[in-house]
Design a protein around this ligand. Sequence first.
Ligand code: FEC
Length: 309
Amino acid sequence: ESNAIGVLVMSYGTPESLEGVEAYYTHIRRGNPPSAEQLADLTARYRAIVGGVFPLRENTDRQVSALQRTLDELAGEGAFVCYQGLKHASPFIEDGVAAMAANGIKKAVAIVLTPQYSVMSVGGYMKRAEEEAAKHGIKMQTVREYHLHPQLIDELSSRVQEGLDRFGGSREDTMVLFSAHSLPARIVEMKDPYPEQLLETSRAVAEEAGVRKWEFTWQSAGQTGQPWLGPDILETLDRLNGEGVKSVLVAPVGFVSDHLEVLYDLDIEARKFAEERGMRLERIRMLNDDAQYMTALAESVLAALKESE
Ligand code: FEC
């Protein structure tokens, strides 16, 4: 038995290689394999992104090590041991919990590398983590959300200011577009907190950064035949162009890492769409293993533990 507290750090996951894209996509689709066309489309998007084919894997590894170092500094070495658990790739959430159990861990905290709660995103991670923890007799606390943590807001605000500086003389005319991954629109009837928490993060960042011109928009909606939350970023860009807006800074506050939904959907697709309309589109730098972000995560872990005492 170990007295250390396990920290399950959960992230979306990415394939290990181009050959692994089909299995990954099938997992996202809850066991339904994609059509040949869908698979070819996703593979082409991975091939197109800058920074390597699957940058999310290395990013998540770095975030887990950085959180470990931050917790060591805050609570002393050996107090916490971090484990990685991915939603759609290996090591899966269940593997992370099983690894804790194998090391004799009896008490743990679970946290997801996305700040806002939705029953369809964070809720899904937590359900799997808690079920696996129960199997191994591990007592598990969860961090539901940390979307207003002061260090998170502070770092995002700096990045918005830095992004606006890139526009020089047109800084004041630049529209800041906060964005996040869309979800099926039925979450609204479910009174899911996701849309409101995203607005709360956006409002807090805009206020701290002194931004007056801002909007929130969705991105990366799936094609499932069901309605998804909108407006999508491409529709928003089109409307803004019609209103004469020429410069846009995208701040994807529902994401924390450089990955496909940022490097492709924003940096390639949305940028091209904007440029075709004579607009300039820039994006804030992602948090990745940023020190203030790591402090926000570590403090949220400590707070969840304290609450349970
Ligand atoms: O870089 C990478 O390899 C992974 C990028 C990636 C992130 C991500 C984050 C979120 N997703 C969320 C919800 C959904 C829902 C569906 C869905 C589908 C996909 C597909 C790919 C994909 N997601 Fe994702 N998501 C990432 C990648 N996502 C690839 C499949 C092809 C496509 O639609 O492009 C629809 C599932 C279905 O078909 O039923 C729903 C949410 C997040 C943000 C929170 C989080 O990070 O967990 C919510 C990163």
